[in-house]
Design a protein. Structure first.
Length: 488
């Protein structure tokens, strides 16, 4: 994470002169690096994960980088850490403003902030102190509530920055712009015109080297509880009264508070889970999830999850939302599909009944927006054909799309919390999903379906959406195409 995302993003902010003139970066971990060894590591990472064309600039960045090894549970180590920070401040002539970024195993999200507070590093007397926490925030409702309580003992809510990197994606933020800067969508954006909403986040990769983490997490915790519910929040929220961070986050919170709980006896039909099986993809044999490194051979952790749920408010009453995510699916794609209702009376030949219009908001890859609508097929009669109208971000060739972490780290420094999840949002998300997780864990009648790696998940997930007479969209690599025969 530090090598792939954090250091390249901070370096990028440095190159764009978005960091303060005077700053220092202190890497902290258990590994006993010297400053020089850490800098070398970071230099290699920058060459690996960033296009570097200016070695001088990289050296000037690395001159601000330092390192200290620490045992996370050793109270005296935090005193040393504090004095190291003070020394750096003096040397670099910087004030007390500090971001503590916890890119650590989640088990440390309680201990480290406690220890920082014990040595007074939560005090804002000499400048602001902000604590960035990666996901997952808790493991279920109970643990999230405990973590909340523990953090709020020493830190205030506005010192906490809970990163959800999906909110840092330009295209996720564009959901907000698409909805609220265009007069044409808002009148249609409700139960009167929308038939159902489909959100997919598929990945072609497996769990890679993350078996240890993933096997105790699973797809619902890893992707739905955070990223996909946040996307749902942006699709479903009411217009905020302003762009103030809390105005926006209040509206997302209201969506989460309106999620209709999935009843125990509905879980089997409304929450489908799957796990990938061994398969051959493009002539390469890929292992079953249970044969992956650090995964139990009898694991029942889901690598695929699909949910159907409702948002009980005036805008969305009766509109089903379908969300699915999975590892080892045919392609990597995240998109939202708004399915509009069919016209009240379809005039044209039955044979040619087209699906209702669709608005597809592609979050990645081939980022963009696609509208599908019916046109007259040239020739005799009145035959309808579905055609595309599309916009691709790539067409804005002069615009750079900043990576999510770059945006979020910059927002942390400037103190803009708009794109960070608030504690209450996460608690509501856990309230909604914990019953599903518990039933999956305890109810032997709820199946875990296998699906061959490289497919769109278990067939049963198709039944979920067939109840509205639809099918999932089978997205391709390219936004404009779909169906089972296309480039993935
Ligand atoms: C992370 C999950 O939060 O998001 C990973 O832990 C997942 O399992 C990743 O692969 C997906 O992010 P992105 O930006 O590649 O869609």
């Amino acid at each position: 994470m530090t090598r792939r995302k954090l250091i390249p993003s901070i370096y990028s902010l440095f190159v764009q002169q978005l960091l303060p003139d005077k700053f220092a970066l202190l890497g902290v971990a258990r590994t006993p690096f010297t400053d020089e060894q850490f800098k070398e590591e970071m230099k290699t990472a920058l060459h690996e994960f960033k296009e570097i064309d200016d070695e001088k600039q990289i050296d000037s960045f690395l001159s601000k980088v330092h390192y200290q090894s620490i045992k996370y549970d050793d109270a005296s180590a935090y005193l040393l850490f504090k004095s190291r920070l003070e020394k750096l401040r003096k040397e670099e002539e910087i004030g007390g403003n500090t971001v503590f970024y916890l890119s650590t195993p989640p088990a440390l999200y309680g201990i480290i902030p406690d220890q920082l507070a014990t040595v007074g590093l939560n005090s804002q007397d000499d400048g602001w102190k902000r604590l960035v926490i990666e996901k997952p925030f808790g493991y279920d409702l109970e643990s999230a509530l405990k973590l909340k309580e523990r953090l709020l003992k020493n830190w205030t809510e506005d010192q906490l920055y809970r990163i959800d990197h999906y909110l840092g994606k330009e295209t996720v933020q564009n959901l907000f712009i698409t909805r609220f800067s265009n007069g044409i969508f808002e009148p249609l954006w409700n139960r009167n015109y929308i038939h159902h909403v489909e959100i997919t986040s598929a990945e072609s990769i497996g769990i890679e080297k993350r078996g240890g983490y993933y096997d105790s997490s699973g797809a619902l915790r890893d992707m739905v509880q955070n990223h996909l519910l946040q996307v749902t929040g942006l699709v479903a929220m009411e217009p905020p009264s302003s762009l103030q961070a809390d105005a926006l986050r209040n509206e997302i919170l209201k969506v989460f508070q309106s999620l209709r709980p999935i009843k125990k006896d509905e879980i089997k039909h409304c929450a489908i889970r799957g796990q990938y099986l061994e398969s051959t993809i493009k002539n390469v044999k890929v292992p079953a999830y249970r044969d992956e490194e650090d995964v139990s051979p009898t694991s029942v952790t889901e690598t695929f999850a699909a949910l159907k749920f409702y948002i009980d408010n005036w805008r969305w009453g009766g509109v089903p939302f379908y969300v699915r995510t999975g590892k080892r699916m045919p392609t990597r794609v995240t998109e939202v599909v708004i399915h509009f209702k069919q016209t009240p009376h379809f005039l044209f030949s039955e044979k040619c009944v087209t699906p209702g219009n669709q608005l597809i908001i592609r979050i990645q890859p081939d980022e963009g927006i696609l509208i599908k609508f019916g046109m007259k097929k040239p020739g005799e009669g009145y035959n309808v054909e579905t055609v595309n109208m599309d916009f691709h971000y790539a067409d804005l060739s002069d615009q750079r799309i900043p990576p999510a972490y770059e945006r979020l780290i910059n927002d942390t420094i400037i103190g803009d919390t708009t794109l960070f999840a608030r504690t209450e949002e996460l608690i509501e998300a856990w309230k909604f999903l914990t019953p599903v997780l518990e039933s999956w864990k305890n109810d032997p009648d709820i199946p875990l379906y296998g699906y061959p790696a490289g497919t769109w998940g278990p067939e049963t997930a198709d039944n979920l959406i067939e109840d509205v007479g639809g099918t999932w969209r089978y997205p391709c690599k390219n936004l404009s195409n779909d169906g089972i025969y296309c480039e993935l």
